[in-house]
Write a protein that binds this ligand. Structure first.
Ligand SMILES: Nc1ncnc2c1ncn2[C@@H]1O[C@H](COP(=O)(O)OP(=O)(O)O)[C@@H](O)[C@H]1O
Ligand SMILES: [Mg+2]
Length: 244
């Protein structure tokens, strides 16, 4: 990646050159474009094996425990270009959008990881690449891997947490089991790429049902170790937590 960054600390958060933007939490000094390259970290970067599509690394330094994620396409377009997106302005870069969304969600008191930094670099032609660094939630695992998977209380809590996000208008367009992390008894949502805030009070709330339907399909796939009947009961506990 190009590292021609011009620091503009006046804006506190943004560093810009003609072809790259870096947005960083001011409490994390020293962030540079190199931080978004796994090989820069040598042995300190380990590919994430649970959940996700293979573009994420855990990074452990003395100062931080982080997750680095490169934005990768799925589906048909991945064959064409796995990591490049059409550039329509840095304002709309996916990494920057997710960084700002994480900050907003945390300000609202919702359980999401802290955003450390976001990067976008314009490539030749119409394309750009993007990456984000977030704080690693310690001892967290995707919810199907939780030792409490068979506990009604966990499913109810997941429902309650999802409802909290919905109450703030957050439409999580990829609400699957791997985007729900459990650490001790705390439930977090992650992976807000392409998510959006819906206008409060909007009559059409079908997006909320779509989120739940998406999760339901994921539960059917990821929680096969639970017998069908029990899985259905647990799902009802999730809905109960959502409706409380
Ligand atoms: N903040 C975090 N703390 C701990 N683990 C994380 C965190 N963010 C991501 N992970 C792990 O990395 C996986 C992939 O990350 P995610 O943000 O969902 O990207 P994607 O699904 O696009 O690959 C998650 O399923 C989870 O296992
Ligand atoms: Mg994910």
């Amino acid at each position: 990646m190009d590292d021609h960054l011009l620091k503009t600390r006046a804006h506190n958060l943004t560093s810009i050159s003609h072809n790259a933007v870096l947005l960083a939490d001011p409490d994390c000094p020293g962030v540079s474009a190199n931080w978004f390259e796994p090989h820069y970290w040598r042995g300190k970067a380990t590919p994430v094996t649970a959940g996700g599509r293979g573009g994420a690394w855990f990074i452990t330094t003395e100062a931080n425990e982080m997750v680095l994620r490169h934005y990768l396409r799925g589906g048909m377009m991945a064959r064409f270009s796995e990591r490049r997106y059409v550039f329509t302005g840095f304002q709309r870069a996916r990494s920057l959008a997710e960084f700002k969304m994480l900050q907003t969600l945390r300000e609202k008191g919702l359980p999401v990881p802290r955003a450390i930094a976001a990067y976008a670099v314009k490539c030749r032609g119409l394309w750009y690449e993007a990456a984000i660094l977030v704080e690693r939630i310690s001892a967290a695992e995707p919810f199907p891997e939780s030792p409490n998977l068979d506990q009604a209380a966990l499913w109810q809590e997941i429902g309650r947490i999802i409802r909290g996000f919905h109450n703030e208008g957050l439409d999580h367009v990829d609400l699957n089991c791997d985007n729900i992390l459990v650490a001790q008894d705390q439930v977090y949502l992650i992976d807000f790429d392409r998510c959006r805030f819906r206008i409060e009070g909007s009559v059409d709330a079908s997006w909320k049902q779509s989120n739940l339907d998406r999760l339901r399909r994921s539960v059917e796939k990821r929680c096969v170790c639970i017998p069908d009947k029990r899985r259905e009961q647990l799902w009802q506990h999730l809905l109960h937590g959502y409706c409380l």
